[in-house]
Design a protein around this ligand. Structure first.
Ligand code: NDP
Length: 316
């Protein structure tokens, strides 16, 4: 049974995007190695998420999970729970397909795995090009090169909107200044420790929507990076705030992300959390609490992809 769903926003290209989404990446282990896909838990989670009212689903070819996302989406469409046009599905171009002519074939392969005829949003995952799916060796391909391929994918109606992830301000500005078709979306890490004021302001001024990944930052033990600053989920100020609004700490954190103007895309494979996370559209943080939460902004990044730091285009 659908409980609630998020407001939508109009993107600069005229399409609409739900202001809250569902993440599908299993994440890194403590050694920064991607956790392998060993079961169907993401498919089940996406099915539960659609039942719960999520309409925006975030995936990527490098998550090796597009097939599960596709099965869940198609099942829910067949069951009549949702129509395709009510869903907003994002996938991403991996670093091994940055040459202009490689972009459209890479998207066609994603669509095949998803068993869909189009996605709503196609994003360049990183401003870094590699020769293979592995994280090395780098390819001598500038991060502007995939963009005309993205534009072509849009013209072919394989994707309704196009955008980028993880470009820093200089890289985003260079893309902006050099191409007529502009990105509709920038997807970046945003959470209490990394509030991204500068990039949010640039995007706001240029009508680029911001999607915020890893919205919980280092709140939970399983995402904790060495040296991560507070807060944890049991931080007394957050616990008191949650009590005040009759909400949970994760809900406070997601609401704060949302009120920054960001579209959060939390991931969980746990049914109760799927419902908990979406249930943030019936309250507003007051100015004092928002100011207190702003003070956690230390610039600490969870997904720093340090293994890319010797690339000339490493963005962080
Ligand atoms: P999140 O901040 O969404 O954290 C996910 C973790 O939080 C999981 O371990 C989950 O556990 C746990 N969790 C979720 N909700 C709750 C809750 N209410 N209470 C307690 N624990 C909870 O991190 P992600 O890095 O997954 O980011 C979200 C999504 O953003 C990704 O899944 C992916 O789609 C996207 N992303 C994009 C990137 C990019 O470069 N463009 C990079 C990183 C992420 P469990 O699942 O066990 O319930």
């Amino acid at each position: 049974q659908s409980t609630c769903s998020a407001p939508v926003t109009r993107l600069r290209d005229g399409n609409f995007m739900p202001r809250f989404g569902f993440g599908t990446w299993l994440g890194f282990d403590e050694n920064q190695v991607p956790i392998p896909v060993t079961d169907e838990s993401v498919q089940l989670a996406v099915e539960m998420a659609i039942d719960a009212g999520y309409r925006h689903i975030d995936t990527a070819s490098i998550y090796h999970i597009e097939d599960q996302v596709g099965r869940a989406v198609n099942k829910k469409i067949q069951e009549g729970v949702v129509r395709r046009e009510e869903l907003f599905i994002t996938t991403k171009l991996w670093n091994d397909a940055h040459r202009r002519e490689a972009v459209v074939p890479a998207l066609r392969e994603s669509l095949q795995r998803l068993n869909l005829t189009y996605v709503d949003l196609y994003l360049i995952h990183y401003p870094i090009a590699t020769e293979t799916k592995a994280f090395k060796p780098y390819a001598d391909v500038d991060y502007l090169q995939p963009w005309p391929g993205m534009v072509e994918a849009h013209q072919l109606k394989l994707t309704k909107s196009i955008g980028i992830c993880n470009y820093n301000k200089t890289q985003l500005q260079r893309l902006w200044d050099s191409h007529e078709v502009k990105p509709a979306v920038l997807q970046i890490e945003t959470n209490l420790n990394l509030q991204q004021a500068e990039l949010r302001e640039y995007c706001h001024d240029n009508d680029i929507a911001v999607i915020g990944y890893t919205p919980f930052g280092s709140l939970f033990p399983n995402k904790l990076r060495p040296g991560a600053p507070p807060p944890r989920v049991d931080h007394p100020m957050l616990v008191a705030m949650a009590q005040k609004y009759n909400k949970t700490v994760p809900q406070i954190v997601l609401r704060f992300n949302y009120e920054l103007g960001v579209t959060p895309i939390p991931k969980t494979v746990t049914k109760s959390r799927i419902y908990e996370n979406l249930n943030i559209f019936d309250f507003t943080l007051d100015d004092f609490d928002r100011r207190d939460l702003k003070n956690f902004d230390t610039g600490f990044r969870v997904v720093d992809v340090k293994f890319f730091s010797d690339s000339p285009y490493y963005p962080f």
